[in-house]
Design a protein around this ligand. Structure first.
Ligand code: GNR
Ligand code: NI
Length: 175
């Protein structure tokens, strides 16, 4: 079990559509363990496998606050089956876009179908922060980032900043 390096924008892997998991085996379980370790270490409340470079439809989530008991949730092949008309706004962040936060509007409640680690179909009704987080993670599985939900002006500005930082890192021989 280990943490794995996070994939940061403008890395093109973040735009991949991840593949469904065929069979849940020891490799899937090892991936999920590394995802939880990486997510808790960051720290973050959610992680999609592509954020550690694995293009599979696997998500980990834990929206429990610091000091509260852990509530790890692993979702394999998650799908939104219904969404509320009511919209809520949360200030979102992303471990692949470090230290950038912006308000995003999404359905306030969603019903999500997924497989658990035993391959059993499950459904959850999510609201509040969990609803936002699970939608943010399913977006990652489709190559979508939260900055795709904000204005083009703001998005272009943040992508430009990270592209410049990467160029400087490469020039200094760090990437
Ligand atoms: O840690 C995270 N916090 C967060 C806050 C508001 C809305 C979504 C998130 S998910 C993010 C971790 C991450 O990048 N998951 O893909
Ligand atoms: Ni993210």
């Amino acid at each position: 079990m280990s943490t794995r390096p996070l994939v940061i924008i403008p890395d093109s892997r973040l735009r991949l559509v991840s593949d469904p998991v065929g069979r849940i085996d020891a490799k899937t379980r090892a991936l999920v363990e590394d995802m939880f370790e990486t997510m808790y270490d960051a720290p973050g409340i959610g992680l999609a496998a592509i954020q550690i470079g694995v293009p599979e439809r696997v998500v980990t989530i834990d929206t429990a606050r610091e000091g509260e008991e852990k509530h790890p949730l692993a979702l394999i092949n998650p799908e939104i089956v219904s969404a509320s008309e009511e919209i809520s706004v949360y200030q979102e962040g992303c471990l692949s876009i470090p230290e950038y936060y912006e308000d995003v509007e999404r359905p306030a409640r969603v019903r999500v179908r997924y497989l658990d680690l035993n391959g059993e179909p499950q459904e959850i009704d999510a609201d509040g922060l969990l609803a936002t987080c699970v939608q943010h993670e399913i977006d990652h599985l489709n190559g979508v980032l939260f900055i795709d939900h904000i204005s083009k002006l703001k998005r272009d500005r943040v992508v430009k900043k990270f592209t410049k930082a990467l160029r400087e890192k490469e020039r200094d021989g760090k990437a």
